[in-house]
Design a protein around this ligand. Sequence first.
Ligand SMILES: [Zn+2]
Ligand SMILES: [Zn+2]
Length: 461
Amino acid sequence: MAIWDDIKTDNEIPDPFGGPRTSVAAQAKCPNCASNLIFDANLVKLACRNCGGVFVPDTLEETGNFKGRDTEAADKDDDRTEYVCDSCGAVVVTDNTTAASFCAFCGSPAIIKKRLTNEFRPDYIIPFKISKKEAIDIFWDWAKKNKYVPRNFINEDSLSKITGIYVPFWLIDAKCHTMVTGSGQSGAAVFVLDRQIDFATKMVPFDGSKKISNLLMEAVEPYDYEGMIPYKDVYLQGFYAQRFDESPLDMTDRIQSRMDAHARQMGKKLSIGEYDKVRINTADSYSGDYKQHYAMLPVWFLRYEYEGLKYTFVVNGQTGEPAGDLPYSPVKRVALVALEIAKWVGLGLAFTLLFIFVFVKALFIDVSGATVMLYYLSIFLSGFLGAGFSLIIRRIRKVKYDSMNPIDSAPEVENYLDLSEKIHMEKHDKFGYMKTTREADEDDNRNGLVKYMMKRSLRIR
Ligand SMILES: [Zn+2]
Ligand SMILES: [Zn+2]
């Protein structure tokens, strides 16, 4: 408990980007190396910057290690070369037979060849399976799917600069614990969920490169770890490897938020089969027993410019999964939105005319009958126009969304579950209450204007 008190009161380091995240626990020293321990608010653990040890605050029991790598100086007769970009500072490593003439990250030709300064020794590598030509074909197929791309947005010369890069990844193993609360519905019976779940994840990937967007790297996951082998220099030939410039201790916010997401997904997956409907309200989670593996994963990487803006495209060098951003043509977008509106307005007009025609016809046959008919038809028409209007809005939104080129989110927890560890669940679900039919009715009523309109016209009839 004493350690906790120290953490809370001692030298808070203000974070320039928001609330306080780390603070120095003045009294707590690393049991391994006697350096000062730092409290990591994301992991809720104490961490040692020197040896990478991660400790439980109360007991100082070690619960994993996030040690950095590549600290020793390289051998003099090393057969690898480093290239440093003079304009953006990127550093890549390759073998002596592979030469670089431009920087893949910023396009600058001002790159300096250097002898390897520090050791470069990842644990694992997944060698490239996708060739440069295949990567370019994948780019065209992927770009063609987006209807809003301007014509001639990229030339052959820019495209030929697509570069094979081994991106540094930290693959992190962890044991996770999560508390799930919420509600589950079976027929009209509502149950209160109360569960504790323990599970282990294995080799969850986090890229250690500041030069490549984390979102893009998550979008081209997963890699097939079956193809992963111990690192050997020979795989560098013709490719470039980046050294990590972020260690796991620099990205505990990312690690914790992904562990949280995994916990929520587990909570959902383990309760969803038991009820018709599940709502997970909160899922407090924490993780520990960290292990890390330092791996080089293959990525084809392209950065190009269009009308003064930079765009990035990446392809998973093992599976061929593409992701990236694309320029869009505002003219094409406006045209497609206009077409969409015209289509629906035209349909609406046709219905209105039909309505007037039917009404006038009826008027000649029977005036009172026509008035009743007018009443029903106008209800129907107002419902139809309302529904049509919401459809137009929805279609326009879709056009807007498509032209923004959405990026996949990271794959879910089942890709990284450690199945050699048991999943343990403690269940204390309790019966809550019975739903009245009206409540159940309202539950189904959340599907927007169209359903509402249809329902209303049905009820009046
Ligand atoms: Zn230490
Ligand atoms: Zn550069």
